[in-house]
Design a protein around this ligand. Structure first.
Ligand code: ADP
Ligand code: TZD
Length: 589
């Protein structure tokens, strides 16, 4: 196992450096104030990648007691920060260098904003005077202007005495209302700026009530309850906003007191265990078109729900809606009506809204015929799935491999499941039951590839549990170098690559007589496990469900960084997985 060791010479040099860095008595500086401002607000970990002008900030942050998780690419550090935000309701902080480092972090910032994850991208930047006159500084870029359209708010701090305000504003913007990404621009000159220590101390702000509760209006709650009361086929749809809100007990009470079937969106799986008798996941394509009143809790009617339109919802055409009446619980007052009419918007935080709904819930009960119809459909689909899972083809299929993962997650419900790919994503989502809230971390609203290793690192560091990352071979490639990070921090992460030799599948030939391989395939039977071995972790190459089970179980037992290269049939998988319909040419095939 690779470990970080320190030679006596290095240690000596570092303590000499620390002595040289020591502040004159009674003074503090930008470095110290940034670190103290974060610590004062309960931020104990930052994810990032050092270089000019933040190299010393990473060192001093570590010396100052923050955990600094240093990555190989800023995008992965950014994804780690964003998912830490989702898991903890505290903004995840990502630290990047100027221009290219900042841009590398920006995808994650935009993704955080899109997914409503609270995150702060803190980036060093070059000098304003040079940037504004476009004189060609090292890594010159007007970062604030570029970040603005991709996040909830963007701030720049020019004076050390304003650091407290800058950090406080960034925290409030990230976590209040609809959570999202915030950019904080810190020019190089800010860090060594010295100010009076007492003035500095007084300038820091411990944010009071950063995400104030938002209580829904009584008439909005009544409107919603009235609608539910009259429903013949009610359905509750839980989204990742509901998972984020950490109102698990009240959500469970709402579901159980009403007896209404519920569907969890991908990252809402586990708020209640997927094995709950009211979970309608196995009857999804039955309940969506059939439901007459749908209660959305922290879920948007975006593409993942076919915009509330089309066949999915029982409508005649893709432009039409199925006639369902919607209640939408959401913290954003502008979310309602973004796709179809919302009869009863309930604006507030999920915790407060569900608590208020619960006060008036007595007497509201899902009609027995509806529940029976859903259960009937569920039983049939579960039996069909059981048959598929019991198959044992050679080479492995997605089903035979994921049947193993399903058992392992059942036996280890606290483990985090990170998941990306196309088929690898869709099959895992439908096959692997989740038992605890916020344990499933995936590609989210954008369906973005590359979250894998960043999310895995954050889940291990912040969640302090075993992590299992189920990855398509293409998906893994976007962040694969972070296996070094996993080894360096010796994290309990087991990466399983469902390897079918390509994007979606691996059996395509080159087109038009080209000597080149198809744009969708990779080197055949690539030995990804050696990448983990290169850094001291455990690599396994497996071809059967038995070997796969043994490899994951060993990883869970030893807690060592492990990469399992699980070979599945090249032809397993369909183009774009379940979202073939969004791919204009594949949809026609
Ligand atoms: P999913 O992809 O799971 O369907 P979305 O990301 O589309 O979920 O929707 C999440 C919704 O939850 C967003 O509209 C967001 O405004 C909302 N939301 C996030 N946090 C809260 C909260 N604490 N209370 C209420 N709504 C929230
Ligand atoms: N780039 C980014 C950043 N996100 C994307 N979603 C894509 C490209 C396009 N894309 C998908 O939507 S899924 C996918 C790509 C490249 C990879 C699918 O192949 P895989 O999984 O090996 O990861 P399966 O199991 O073989 O389908």
């Amino acid at each position: 196992m690779a470990t970080v060791t320190e030679s006596p010479a290095t240690a000596k040099a570092q303590s000499a450096q620390a002595a040289a860095d020591a502040q004159p008595a009674g003074e503090t500086d930008g470095f110290q104030l940034v670190i103290e401002a974060l610590k004062l607000n309960g931020i104990d970990t930052v994810f990032g990648l050092p270089g000019i002008p933040i190299t010393d900030l990473t060192r001093k942050a570590q010396a100052g007691g923050l955990r600094v998780i240093s990555f190989r690419h800023e995008q992965n550090a950014g994804y780690a920060a964003s998912i830490a935000g989702f898991m903890t309701q505290k903004p995840g902080v990502c630290l990047t260098v100027s221009a290219p480092g900042f841009l590398n972090g920006l995808t994650a910032l935009a993704n955080a904003t899109t997914n409503c994850f609270p995150m702060i991208l803190v980036s060093g930047s070059s000098e304003r005077e040079v940037v504004d006159l476009q004189q060609g500084d090292y890594e010159e870029m007007d970062q604030l202007a570029i970040a603005k359209p991709l996040c909830k708010a963007a701030f720049r701090v020019l004076h050390a005495e304003d650091i407290g305000v800058g950090v406080a504003r960034a925290i409030r913007a990230a976590v209040s209302g609809r959570p999202g990404g915030v950019y904080l621009d810190l020019p190089a000159k800010l860090f060594p700026q010295a100010i009076d220590a007492e003035l500095g101390r007084k300038s820091l702000i411990k944010v009071v009530d950063p995400a104030p509760r938002q209580i829904p209006a009584p008439d909005a709650v009544k409107r919603a309850l009235d609608l539910l009361k009259g429903a013949k086929k009610p359905l509750i749809l839980l989204g990742k906003g509901a998972a984020y809100a950490q109102a698990d007990a009240d959500i469970k009470a709402l579901v159980e007191k009403t007896g209404i079937p519920y569907l969890p969106m991908s990252m809402a799986k586990g708020i209640l265990p997927d094995t709950h008798p009211q979970c309608a996941s196995a009857a999804r394509s039955f309940v969506l078109p059939e439901a007459d009143v749908v209660l959305l809790v922290g879920a948007r009617l975006n593409w993942l729900l076919s915009h509330g339109k089309g066949k999915t919802w029982g409508a005649k055409s893709s432009k039409d809606w199925g006639g369902q009446k919607y209640i939408q619980v959401d913290i954003s007052p502008t979310e309602a009506d973004s796709n179809v009419r919302i009869e009863a918007p309930v604006v507030g935080d999920v915790g407060s809204c569900v608590a208020k709904l619960l006060e008036g819930i007595d007497g509201i009960r899902a009609p027995a015929e509806w529940v029976a119809a859903v259960n009937d459909k569920k039983a049939k689909n579960v039996a069909k799935m059981g048959e598929k899972l019991a198959e044992n083809p050679s080479p492995m299929s997605f089903h035979s491999a994921l049947n193993v993962v399903r058992d392992i997650v059942k036996a280890n419900p606290d483990a985090y499941l990170v998941n990306e790919g196309a088929n690898a994503l869709d099959f895992t989502r439908s096959i692997v039951d989740m038992y605890k809230p916020r344990r499933r971390l995936d590609v989210g609203t954008w369906g973005v590839m590359g979250i894998g290793m960043g999310f895995a690192v954050a889940a291990a560091v912040v969640g302090k549990q075993q992590v299992l990352a189920i990855e398509g071979d293409s998906a893994f490639g976007f962040s694969g170098m972070e296996v070094e990070t996993i080894c360096r921090y010796n994290l309990p992460v087991c990466v399983v690559i469902l390897n079918n030799n390509g994007v979606y599948r691996g059996d395509e030939k080159g087109y038009g007589g080209s000597q080149d391989p198809s744009p969708l395939v990779f080197v055949k039977d690539a030995r990804y496990e050696k990448l983990m071995e290169a850094f001291g972790g455990v690599g396994k190459h497996v071809t059967t469900p038995q070997e796969l089970r043994a490899a994951i179980e060993e990883a869970f037992r030893t807690k060592r960084p492990t990469l399992v290269n699980a070979m599945i049939a090249e032809g397993a998988g369909t183009e774009s997985g379940r979202i073939t319909a969004l791919n204009p040419t594949a949809a026609k095939k």
